[in-house]
Design a protein around this ligand. Structure first.
Ligand SMILES: *C/C=C(C)/C=C/C=C(C)/C=C/C1=C(C)CCCC1(C)C
Length: 240
């Protein structure tokens, strides 16, 4: 097999490499910190470790795939998200559980996240033509706004307001991750798909479009997966 290395000007391969390293380091950190985390927060910190560990394994694979083929590892990207985004929903459920969160809230969040991701995959990989990709992207966006609604105005918000001040402020920070950090992804979708923005083409060259998409998604993953985990970790230290 041909010898592969990351060229210094290959930003896509570089962000896959850094992403792998960052996710691995974060997972090791969360797992090792478990032994000095109070039992009350241990499951939450464990879930932070699982999110970054699952991402590390996928990034290791995606890094190799991208290096060998030069292509975007769309399928494994979405496999990663389908496993990790519902686990982020679990984090919301776990930290508001003491204030009375019901399991139905968890199912609502998970269902919305699956609709968001499955329709996004359909628009990226199954019907990527300009007449269709934006419609699937828009449906995905509706599911996304439903999650934003639950966290900012709905059940998550009202549970947080009856929680301890530390939980309430953690939910607020996580809410910003969902509103701003998660909004990075539709940006990648718009740059990377043909006609992702109401049928309009933003990046004309198909290779440049897919590179832009991968870089944006890789930045989004590092911010959101590690950031989410650190918010939970900080909460576990603030309120032992
Ligand atoms: C760790 C991975 C995370 C937090 C992934 C989040 C992904 C999204 C919020 C994706 C959202 C999308 C839209 C809102 C519209 C276009 C299609 C998607 C799937 C990119």
């Amino acid at each position: 097999m041909e010898h592969m290395e990351v060229a210094a000007n290959n930003y896509v391969a570089f962000t896959f490499f850094i992403g792998t390293m960052a996710m691995m380091a974060a997972a090791v950190f969360f797992f090792f910190e478990l032994s000095n985390t109070s039992p009350k927060w241990r499951t939450s910190v464990l879930v932070s470790g699982l999110i970054t560990f699952i991402a590390a394994v996928h990034y290791y694979y995606m890094r190799g795939y991208n290096l060998e083929t030069g292509d975007s590892p769309t399928f494994f990207r979405y496999v990663d998200w389908i496993l990790t985004v519902p686990l982020m929903c679990v984090e919301f459920y776990l930290i508001t559980k003491k204030a009375g969160a019901k399991i139905t809230l968890l199912w609502k969040l998970i269902f919305a996240s699956l609709v968001m991701l499955i329709t996004g995959y359909v628009g990226e990989a199954i019907y990527p033509m300009e007449t269709q990709s934006w419609v699937w992207g828009a449906i995905s966006g509706l599911a996304y706004f439903y999650i934003v609604y639950l966290v900012w105005f709905g059940e998550v918000k009202s549970l947080a307001s009856t929680s301890s001040p530390a939980v309430n402020s953690a939910v607020k920070v996580l809410g910003w991750f969902v509103l701003v950090g998660w909004a990075i992804y539709p940006l990648g979708y718009i740059l990377g798909t043909k006609g992702g923005l109401f049928g309009m083409q933003i990046v004309a060259d198909p290779a440049a479009a897919s590179h832009a998409m991968d870089i944006v998604y890789n930045i989004g993953d590092a911010i959101n997966k590690i950031g989410f985990g650190l918010v939970i970790y900080a909460l576990s230290r603030k309120e032992a």
